[in-house]
Structures are given as C-alpha cells and as structure tokens.
Write a protein that binds this ligand. Sequence first.
Ligand SMILES: Cc1ncc(COP(=O)(O)O)c(C=O)c1O
Length: 450
Amino acid sequence: MRTIIEPFKIKMVEPIKLTSRAEREAILQKAAFNVFQIPAEEVMIDLLTDSGTAAMSAEQWAGMIRGDESYAGARSWFRFEAVLRDLTGMSHILPTHQGRASERILFELIGGPGKVIPSNNHFDTTRANIEHSGAKAVDLVIAEGTEPKSRHPFKGNLDVAKLERLIGEVGADKVPVCMITVTNNSGGGQPVSLANLRAVRAVCQRHRIPFFLDACRFAENAYLIKQREPGQADRSAKQIAREMFDLADGATISAKKDGLVNIGGVLLMRDDALAAKANNLLILTEGFITYGGLAGRDLEAMAQGFTEVLDEHYLEYRIRSVAYLGEHLLQAAIQIVEPPGGHAIYLDAAAFCPHIPPAQFPGQALVCALYRQAGIRAVEIGSVMFGGAAAPPMELVRLAIPRRVYTQSHIDYVIEAAIEVYQKRSSLRGLRIVEEPPALRHFTAKFAEV
Ligand SMILES: Cc1ncc(COP(=O)(O)O)c(C=O)c1O
C-alpha cells in the first residue's frame, strides 16, 4: 500500500471551536497581533508548537494511574531511570520539569562570564540561559543550513572548520561545552548526521571540551539518519539513537517533544563530579533527585513515551505527514525550508512577502495572515524572536505539528489556507513593535500594523 495511515485510532476527542473571519479579526486586534496572547479556544488548528502538545497513548494514561507518588525512590522513578539508561547509556539521569530547567542547571554550573558556548543553533531558551549565566552563545551551523532552497540532507550539521577556528581564537579553556541541537529547531527542524556528530566529538575530544546534545527530538533525528545517511538504512532508529547518545558526554532533553508527554525534562551526564553539583541544584529548585519537580505519574508517562517514540511505524507516519505538508506547499510555489525536516514545516517569510522589510517583521505579518484566514496559529522565527543588533539569517514562520493530534484532513485545511494567503500576499502589511520586554520578546511583545 502506498497510503501511510496514522498508526493509531482515536479514543477520545476534543471539539474545535469554529470561528468566523470577523471574530478572528477582533481577536487578533485584542491580542495586539501577537498570537501567543490569543486564547487557545479561539484557535482552530494550533501549530504554535510541537512542545507539550502530543496526544498520549492508552498505555501512557494507564501509567498515569499506576504512578507511584512516594517522595523518594518511587517505583515510577526506577522505571523512568531504567528506560532512560537503556536509551542513552548515560550514568547520571536527572528528571526536571522541562528542558529549560535542565539548561538552567547545566549553565549555572559551567557557564559564566568569559565563557563561549558553540552549537549548530542554540534554541531560544538555551541561548537565554547561557546569556543569563554571563556566557556567550555562538551558532556555527553549516552554510547550507541558512539557505532555504538547499536540499542538503543534513542542514542541521555544525561547521567543524568554524568550530576549530572558534576554539583557536578564544582558547579551549573558555569553551566549557560544545552543544548540538538534534534536530535543529531554530535552523528549520533539520537533522544532524552521525558523521557530523562523530566529527564534532573528535574535535571536542582533542581539545578536552565536553560535548552535549540538546536531544529534544532525538528520535526524529535518528529516523532521518536512517532514511538519509548512507549505510544506516538497515539499523533500527533505536540503535541509531543510542549511537548519537554514545558520542556525547551529556544531554539536555525537553520530554515535551519526543518524550510524547505534556510536561517533563531530563538532564543527562557522565561526569560524576558535575552530576553531584547538578543534583544539589536540582534539589534546590526542582525537587528531590528521584522526582525532579514532577509527579510520579509524569515519570511513568515519560518512561512509556520515550519507549513508544522509537516505534518505526510511528516514526514513519510522523516524518511522512510533515513531508506531505511541505511537498504540497512547494507544489503551490510556496518556498519552505527544504527538504522538510522532522517536526515542522518552516515557511520562508522573506520569499513569501518580499515587499515587507525585516524591520517590519515579514514572519509576524504572515503569522497574522494565517490566523485571519483560517484560525491557524503558527509562530515567527525571525526578526521578532532573534532580532537585536543584527537581523537573523532567515525570516521563517514555523508550522509545528503536534504529535498524534491532527489528521490528514486538518493538514489539507492548512495547505488550502496557506495557498489562499499566498494568492493575496501583496496585501499583507508589516508590523511595528509598540511594547516589548527585555528578553524573549516574542512571547509578550505588542504590535501595530504599519
Ligand atoms: C531545541 C529545543 N531546546 C530546548 C527547548 C526548551 O524546552 P522546554 O520548552 O521544555 O523548556 C526547546 C523547546 O521548544 C527546543 O525546541
């Protein structure tokens, strides 16, 4: 059969409120053109994020009931620890309430003024936590990673020559860790190859620099390696994922992605001395080391989610349904970041509305247009999110696909809406910021149309 079906059936449904264009216009004005300020009930298809938005399985819900809520050494903790150890082989497994809690603990320990932390692309919370510690975050993705039309199979790769140059310039003692984000969310959800992970690992080893993964989407990255990297087709996604972790000294994970849960995170490491300090910080702000700010039931759901996510029928459906959206947009001449990546399709907003300059936020204008047209909520990843002194290399709008939530007809609706907006793209208007906070402005900034 050529048709790849959703490898699940639906047991519980949540109604979608259907709104009119006039209602959406009023809602958008009230939200000051910032879709983070729109109540979720007023959104018809919510593609704001794939983070924490997954539908859990019957087995995960069963685990929620079985959850052991003992303070220390709960049965659910031991199950979670065993699954994570089997998956990653890491010696220290710290549960946290979400990815940024892992980042905050890690960078409080190894960041600080004068330090430089390279990555392919740091995600916004990672960058914010690094900068909060006083360190500098540097993005070293390969050149193809910033060219929307490049069909390089691993556009998330880190440029190894740039890494060598950076270490030469600042000195290895100033680089407390080198990170790689898999898949590369800020760079279009693009995967990183095993060959690149091995090369970066070798450079880090030579300079005695620890190498960490931001492994939120490790399973999607592993499946894309299986599909695209020569010699990997016959290995299981689980074997590939394990090799990715084997190359690293540690990892931060938001379980809200490939953990298939609505809340949860993990901090992983091999270094005993660092782990002892991290456990102290975990106790200080998250909770005891066997629950890390989560309920026992959350640990059960994570243990089950981290197991289910490596099911290859699930991964095939997941990667294929994202590609389906991307391919239909490309057929309609809408430029996306090619080739489609793991969890989202990224529209090239600069190509979509060339009449809107970066200073007037073409991505935000497109986000507003999609909401007006069809009640679709997307997110800008461009001059609003990363704007500062220098404009970011790409103006993107991310359509992130929640895991196991929408069916093919929902995706067909998104395709139709994007094409309708594209046909009247010259009428889209730029925006200006009328109010903004000092950091992570995309969440709360207020806009007005130019
Ligand atoms: C690559 C990456 N790293 C870190 C995070 C932060 O995770 P959390 O939202 O759980 O704090 C995210 C969340 O979207 C992410 O995509």
